[in-house]
Write a protein that binds this ligand. Structure first.
Ligand code: ASP
Length: 194
């Protein structure tokens, strides 16, 4: 079984109902993950790493460096990496990592959700399962996996604040489409960035 490192950085996916609203909840996060997606361990041997808990609109270059170093120091131990991240600046982090992780030969998949994992109507469960599955493939780049699509990290953008289908890569074909089967677009993966 492949070994995947699941790195938590915050965002809506890491939020929990507290009092009147929802808040980032570092203490509850790993229990929520086990409660909501217990079968994740069937896809891969998963280790979790709570790196930081931030709304992604508060991130800066030092967080990107932190993430890149986390992947660098765990690179040999794991077959792939999934980064849980707020959606607002996910595309920026994906771009930064794609340039920081030179000669990357393993999948680094960013995902998040529009509704917290702790909520029953959350899109997080599907995004998580798809992302872990993608992290077990031969993809050799930084990608965003969201709502059944996989996009090249440095060609992706957030397109909607309200739809589950929140991302796109208007200038690059999708790397994979996830439906009844997973359709990997090998030609799109071979295309070098312009
Ligand atoms: N403000 C949140 C963030 O980017 C929104 C989200 O995760 O969807 O961290």
């Amino acid at each position: 079984m492949k070994k995947i490192l699941l790195i938590q950085t915050g965002g809506t996916i890491a939020m929990n109902a507290k009092g009147e609203g929802v808040q980032l909840d570092p203490e509850a996060w790993s229990n929520t993950l086990i409660d909501r997606v217990p079968e994740l361990q069937e896809l891969a041997e998963i280790e979790t790493y709570p790196l930081f808990f931030e709304d992604s609109s508060d991130l800066n270059a030092s967080h990107w460096e932190n993430l890149a170093r986390c992947i660098e120091s765990n690179y040999e131990t794991f077959d792939g990496f999934v980064i849980l991240h707020g959606t607002d600046t996910m595309a920026y982090t994906a771009s930064a990592l794609s340039f920081a992780l030179i000669n990357l030969a393993k999948p680094v998949i960013l995902t998040g959700s529009q509704v917290p994992l702790s909520s029953i109507r959350s899109d997080a469960r599907r995004n998580l399962i798809n992302s872990v599955e993608m992290a077990t493939t031969d993809l050799q780049e930084v990608a965003i996996c969201f709502n059944d699509h996989v996009y090249r990290g440095n060609r992706s953008t957030k397109l909607s604040i309200g739809d589950f289908d929140a991302f796109g890569s208007p200038n690059h074909p999708t790397l994979a489409e996830i439906g009844l089967t997973i359709e990997m677009n090998v030609e799109a993966m071979k295309l070098l960035p312009a």
